[in-house]
Design a protein around this ligand. Structure first.
Ligand code: ADP
Ligand code: MG
Length: 679
């Protein structure tokens, strides 16, 4: 059978079933084979009926009696069977499966797997799996049974019924990894792994199969990031001299001392820029750790060597804020800067574009507009991208065209990225971490707010407002159809006006508002004319209002801990003690416990690690950004796996002959390379 044909060609798959399968991403027959189990039930121990104890059991026997009746609730049908073997009899009960009576008439040899439980003092198997015992291979009983990611109306049993008959086709599955990788890492072949993952012949081989498939998943991702790294290394770099006097001049212009963390990061960056290859570095540091200063020092150094630098931030408001805040320092240093946004009065824009092109602007501050086609630079040596995403392949190409060479690249993020990810998807980046905050910062008092705490919380916030402080209220995006979150923000603002904050001035801000309108509100808020700003989390991630002391996050269960931690960093930027209220009305188990991690720790890395363990990488870093992080099999916490894959991938991408020998592997790596251009 051809694995590329649609699932409808399989017996028993009609349009309804096909639609359900499609919801799981299964369209072709081959997709079924790639729909891997989530977990397993071990029903492999077959025992005599007499020795059964409550719990999971499996036995062989014969149907002695079977009958269906209506339950007290008329819509419920109950099927009961007595099954016997040479040692005794067992009772089994099913609900709403009257067809079993026809399928398993008395005398049918069967295999049964399920849970033996007491119900109303009656010891019986509750809804066990049952199948005819015909001596062949069983699907649902008497073995380690696969449990799949399911969808409404499509059970693991149905999936097993579809997948098991296909497993004799797995022998034809081609190996996708290079031969020597399979050998060296002692991996199961792909063909065997796919078979064993669906129908394990033992626990050991199931583990080996999952390891192999996880290895494969990671191999291409890691190889792509390492390939990028090697490609960058072949580019000539702008030569930025590490000039100690210039660094002194810079620190002398500051009205504070750099922290050790900042010094260390700066040292690594300046060394990179003095090297032969373009820098490709990620600077990680908690909100408020002072990444911007490090970036400006790097810019000053590039400028001292005659290059231009660009600082790119996610939004207009942030760009303006940076431009204004940095102006005095840049003036002291004698650095000429220009602001470039997509939306600027025509004359201002032309001036900025000219200044970039003729080199009179040494530092360009702006948004994405900085890399748009119309922008020309005289001699761009360094690009810093703040809090957005890293440079993708296309962006790098575009920068190279603009500058005539690949400029040094520095990405900055407050999102703590666990080590396992820096070794995998971020494997192309060198990493600097600022692991301390400037001295004198107070920790932000954090509390998880449940419904019973709300009244007290509103009282507390009112007191803070009365003493002159300001408040952020962040609402999640509720509906997919309203990606701006406008609805939830507006509704929450109305609720607050009508209730606890009737006397306060409340403003809303969301993505559906025009930029000038948002700017105006932000300026009013910064000027203290607004008490409470209700906004979505995607808006203005880096905003700095020192008088705002309260961050209230509604629907907090919808956010990852790392994201909540970043929102928390929006307050505590001034002299006043600040607070973060993490509100959730969710009663789902574990929600409050998860959120309470924020009360205990202010360490962003720790929180990201907890996120990674509880929710997986896709949840932390967002699907849109990291489609490739939807790992089914690979456990990023498995450091042995990550190290083995990294070693294999490194070998592969640095060996010309291997690359020549395996064009398909190379093609797949190349495809992923452009996926890593996160847009
Ligand atoms: P982030 O890492 O979040 O981008 P910023 O660079 O915006 O942090 O710095 C936050 C604030 O701390 C700014 O007002 C900045 O001037 C100040 N700052 C930076 N470094 C230091 C330092 N070493 N000592 C004191 N304040 C600092
Ligand atoms: Mg910042």
């Amino acid at each position: 059978m051809n694995l590329n044909v649609r699932v409808e060609t399989l017996g028993g798959v009609g349009p309804t079933m096909a639609a359900k399968l499609e919801r799981l991403g299964i369209k072709a027959v081959g997709d079924l084979l790639n729909h891997f189990p989530r977990r397993y039930e071990d029903f492999s121990q077959i025992i005599p009926i007499r020795s059964m104890k409550p719990g999971p059991v499996t036995f062989r026997g014969q149907v002695a009696q079977i009958a269906s009746r209506r339950g007290r609730n008329r819509r419920l049908s109950i099927t009961e069977a007595i099954i016997s073997d040479a040692t005794g009899t067992a009772k089994a009960v099913w609900f709403n499966q009257p067809f079993l009576v026809r399928q398993f008439p008395p005398g049918t040899p069967v295999m049964v797997s399920g849970k033996l439980e007491f119900r109303n003092s009656d010891l019986a198997l509750q809804t066990p799996a049952i199948e005819k015992d015909e001596g062949g291979e069983s699907k649902h009983t008497g073995r380690i049974v696969a449990v799949y990611p399911e969808t409404e109306g499509l059970t693991s049993k149905q999936l097993r019924n579809l997948i098991m008959p296909l497993l004799n086709l797995t022998d034809d599955l081609p190996e996708v990894l290079p031969e020597q990788v399979v050998k060296k890492a002692k991996l199961m072949s792909r063909a065997e792994a796919v078979k064993e993952v669906h129908a394990p012949s033992s626990e050991d081989s199931m583990r080996k199969a999952r390891y192999r498939l996880g290895f494969e998943e990671l191999f291409f991702i890691i190889a792509a990031s390492l390939a990028i790294k090697h490609e960058i290394k072949t580019e000539p770099a702008p030569k930025v001299k590490l000039d100690v006097a210039e660094a002194r001049r810079f620190t002398g212009a500051l009205d504070f001392e750099l922290t050790n963390g900042q010094r260390q990061a700066a040292w690594q960056i300046l060394n990179d820029m003095a090297g032969e290859q373009p820098m490709n570095r990620l600077l990680e540091g908690d909100v408020g750790s002072g990444k911007t200063m490090v970036a400006i020092l790097a810019a000053a150094m590039a400028i001292a060597s005659g290059y231009q630098a660009a600082l790119m931030v996610p939004t207009d408001i942030l760009a303006r804020q940076h431009f204004q805040k940095l102006a005095p320092l840049l003036k002291k240093l004698g650095i000429k800067s220009e602001l470039l946004l997509g939306r600027l009065p025509a004359a201002a824009k032309q001036q900025a574009l000219d200044a970039a092109a003729n080199g009179s602007a040494q530092l360009m501050i702006g948004t994405h507009a900085l890399v748009s086609e119309q922008v020309k630079f005289k001699n761009l040596g360094l690009v810093v991208i703040d809090e957005q995403h890293r440079f993708g392949v296309e962006q790098r190409q575009a920068l190279k065209q603009k500058a005539g060479h690949l400029p040094h690249l520095l990405s900055m993020t407050a999102t703590p990225i666990p080590r396992s990810l820096t070794l995998t998807v971020y494997g192309d980046l060198d990493l600097s971490v600022i692991d301390e905050l400037p001295p004198g910062r107070q920790p932000i008092g954090t509390k998880v707010i449940q419904p019973k705490d709300r009244e007290l919380m509103y009282d507390f916030i009112n007191k803070q407002i009365s003493s002159g402080r300001q408040v952020f209220v962040v609402c999640p995006l509720i509906e997919d159809s309203d990606l701006t979150g406008a609805k939830s923000v507006t509704a929450e603002a109305e609720r607050l006006k009508a209730g606890p904050f009737a006397r306060r001035s409340i403003a809303v801000m969301h993505g559906r508002m025009k930029a000038p309108e948002r700017d105006e509100i932000m300026q009013k808020f910064a000027a203290g004319e607004i008490n409470i700003l209700v906004a979505t989390s995607v808006i203005e991630v880096g905003i700095d209002v020192p008088n705002a002391t309260i961050m209230l996050i509604e629907g907090a269960e919808r956010f990852g801990l790392a994201a909540l931690h970043q929102l928390r960093g929006r307050v505590g930027r001034g002299e006043h003690r600040s607070y973060c209220m993490v509100a959730s009305d969710s009663t789902a188990p574990g929600v409050v416990e998860r959120l309470q991690a924020l009360e205990r720790t202010h360490d962003g890395f720790r929180l990201a690690q907890i996120d990674l363990e509880l929710r997986g990488p896709g949840q932390i870093y967002g699907r849109r950004q990291h489609g490739m992080l939807e790992l089914d099999m690979a456990d990023l916490g498995d450091s042995r796996l990550v190290a083995a894959v990294r070693a294999a991938a490194e070998d592969f991408v640095t060996s010309k002959s291997d690359m020549l020998q395996y064009p398909q592997v190379v093609e797949r790596i190349n495809r992923l390379k452009s996926v890593t251009s996160l847009d």
